[in-house]
Design a protein around this ligand. Structure first.
Ligand code: PMP
Length: 360
């Protein structure tokens, strides 16, 4: 976290902490270090602030944005939109966000609070149809003078922002934390687990680590059942086209910025295990993460228990990083959140107030 005065809120983007998930690790019998990269602590509340800032700054450098005139239009599952609306509120550009219906009311409200216009689109629309969030954004760009789509699905600044910031921060945090008898460390990032939407996060982090730090790092991508981003393709067949509730990961097409060569293995996750993992990380680690963080954590636990991961899981000092993209405050009105929040917890004092009073 910066210790000097920042020029504006964009100075609070990124520089997020890497936090030990010791209780989750020990509950699963792991000896490795399980570490969460906690992105809700970024100024706009998610990992996508980084690419929004990078795409806006790059477009400004190229002379593509004109304050007071440009209208930034972007199809997004919400978080890129929030980052863009934050950057554009500061810099004086108008914003229109096209947002599939399934995305939370909280995201729409935050976007509108930042001054953006929000247009909802049918969740089931195929990505290349006129009705999808991508199709509607393209039409608006044709119709609106000074309309511009920065295009997170194709913009090289998406993976590059993660290569230059998210990945570097993970490496720096691991390298600068000494190995001690109580908390041994290999000094290296041994495994990274991250979900994929555009794929920019997993691609950029992988490049930073493999190019500059540890070629042998295993990068695991997480893709929800119903999406087609995982390879080999037969991983996607079983639940082809299934709807899922988790927001921000998975697509019905492979975005250009996702480079499959940068990902060593893929896992498919479902809503149930994702939400159970969110509940576990909130209750045991006190971290208020969102649904796709649960998917990444559930994927990490499954990989560490698999034949491919069990040696790492059993090795003290191995560093396994799980990317936690956003926070639960994006999802407070969602039924899945209310369910996991209201269920009685495992601590002796939990339960309804009436039950607690009865125990006295
Ligand atoms: N989780 C959430 C909540 C997101 O908003 C996104 C972005 N779509 C992701 C995960 C995936 O990030 P990326 O687009 O970089 O793959």
């Amino acid at each position: 976290m910066p210790s000097h005065i920042l020029d504006n809120a964009l100075g609070g983007v990124g520089n997020t902490p890497l936090i030990r998930l010791d209780k989750i690790a020990s509950a699963n019998g792991f000896k490795c270090n399980l570490l969460g990269k906690v992105e809700f602590m970024s100024a706009g509340g998610s990992v996508k602030d980084r690419i929004a800032k990078a795409m806006v700054e790059a477009a400004e450098k190229e002379g593509k944005l004109i304050a007071g005139k440009s209208v930034v239009i972007e199809p997004t599952s919400g978080n890129t939109g929030i980052g863009l609306a934050m950057a554009c509120a500061i810099k004086g550009y108008s914003v229109i966000i096209t947002l599939p219906d399934k995305m939370s009311l909280e995201k729409e409200a935050i976007l509108r609070a930042l001054g953006a216009e929000v247009i909802r689109t049918p969740t089931a629309a195929a990505w290349d149809s006129d009705e999808s969030h991508i199709g509607v954004a393209k039409r608006l760009q044709r119709e609106i003078p000074y309309g511009i789509i920065l295009d997170q699905y194709r913009n090289v600044n998406n993976p590059l922002a993660h290569e230059l910031t998210t990945g570097v921060e993970i490496i720096d945090a691991v390298v600068s934390t000494p190995s001690t008898p109580l908390k041994p460390s290999s000094g290296k990032v041994d495994v990274v687990v991250a979900g994929a939407g555009t794929g920019g996060t997993v691609t950029g982090i992988s490049r930073a680590i493999k190019k500059t730090h540890n070629k042998g790092c295993t990068v695991v991508g997480v893709d929800p059942k119903g999406s087609i981003l995982a390879i080999p393709a037969d991983l996607n067949v079983e639940d082809d086209g299934a709807q899922y509730v988790v927001e921000g990961i998975g697509y019905d097409f492979v975005p250009d910025v996702l480079d499959h060569d940068d990902v060593d293995a893929w896992l498919k996750t479902d809503d149930e295990e994702s939400f159970a993992a969110v509940q576990a990380i909130m209750r045991s680690e006190g971290l208020l993460v969102g649904g796709s963080s649960g998917s990444a954590l559930a994927g990490a636990l499954r990989w560490l228990k698999s034949d491919a991961g069990k040696d790492i899981a059993n090795s003290p000092g191995k560093n396994v990083v799980v990317l936690l993209p956003d926070g639960i405050r994006n999802y407070m009105s969602k039924p899945w959140f209310l369910k996991i929040a209201m269920e009685s917890g495992p601590t002796p004092l939990s339960g309804t107030i009436a039950q607690i009073l009865e125990r006295k």
